[in-house]
Design a protein around this ligand. Structure first.
Ligand code: CDP
Ligand code: CDP
Length: 218
């Protein structure tokens, strides 16, 4: 397959992936993809169509239905789904179940690779981008921060739910993402690790920009 020039950004919830990716995409002229969005769309559709997220077989069938129904890789980039729905507390719970299923991950991985093959250069965020989806990525980042700081950021950002509830969800999702058997959330061996707990966005972006500038993006 064609190997595109990829910058991979992984890490737990509210570590700063989306914000930094958008800024780097603009600075370096990269197409941007948020892979978590696809897992969220599958979870949201499962809830809407009343497919139990613990029924692996049914979820895989739903996933194939969605891929069939979606034209132009709708599942990846569709504006049909709003953040309000995709980031609801119910989806936050359901998405962990969906993301645990190996057959679902294979399908999403395939879609992401297909999308990237059509880009000259791109930046992709998720949980397994540097480890599984693009092990050959030109630059890999692993962003992290304490759960407390990340929960505080998410509350300030979304203004939805109490700090206590958001913290519980962040910790639960960390645990689910890091402990699943297929493609768990771990830093790639060659990832640049940035603990952003006591860094400003500007400082994080400074480090990431330097690393991106150091590689020649073809
Ligand atoms: O924005 P936030 O970090 O809270 O979440 P997200 O990136 O939208 O991802 C939502 C969920 O999708 C994660 O908690 C993972 O369970 C799953 N995910 C995954 O398993 N692999 C990816 N490459 C991206 C997301
Ligand atoms: O994509 P991910 O879930 O990793 O995080 P995000 O949505 O990019 O960031 C969550 C919030 O934390 C945003 O409102 C950022 O502005 C804020 N933030 C940050 O990302 N990094 C810092 N060092 C400080 C704040």
């Amino acid at each position: 397959r064609v190997i595109p020039a990829v910058v991979a950004v992984d890490g737990p919830a509210a570590a700063g992936k989306t914000t930094t990716c958008l800024a780097l995409a603009q600075r370096f002229g990269l197409s941007y993809l948020e892979s978590g969005r696809t897992y969220r769309i599958i979870a949201l559709e499962a809830l809407r169509r009343r497919v139990s997220t613990s029924d692996r077989q049914e979820i895989v069938i739903l996933c194939d239905d969605l891929i069939r129904e979606s034209r132009d890789q709708d599942l990846l980039t569709s504006g049909r789904y709003g953040n309000e729905d995709l980031r609801s507390p119910a989806v936050n719970v359901a998405v962990s179940d969906v993301a645990r299923i190996g057959e679902v991950r294979e399908r999403v991985t395939h879609l992401v690779r297909l999308w990237a093959a059509g880009q000259e250069r791109c930046i992709v965020e998720g949980r397994d981008i540097g480890t599984v989806v693009f092990p050959e990525a030109l630059v890999k980042f692993y962003l992290s921060a304490s759960a407390e700081v990340r929960a505080r950021r998410r509350v300030d950002q979304e203004r939805r739910g109490s700090y206590e509830d958001v913290l519980k969800d962040v910790i639960r999702r960390d645990e689910a993402d890091m402990s699943r058997t297929v493609s768990p959330l771990v830093p790639a061996d060659d990832a640049i690790n940035i603990d952003t707990t006591s860094l400003t966005l500007k400082e994080v972006l400074g480090r990431m920009s330097s690393a991106c500038a150091a590689v020649t993006l073809p």
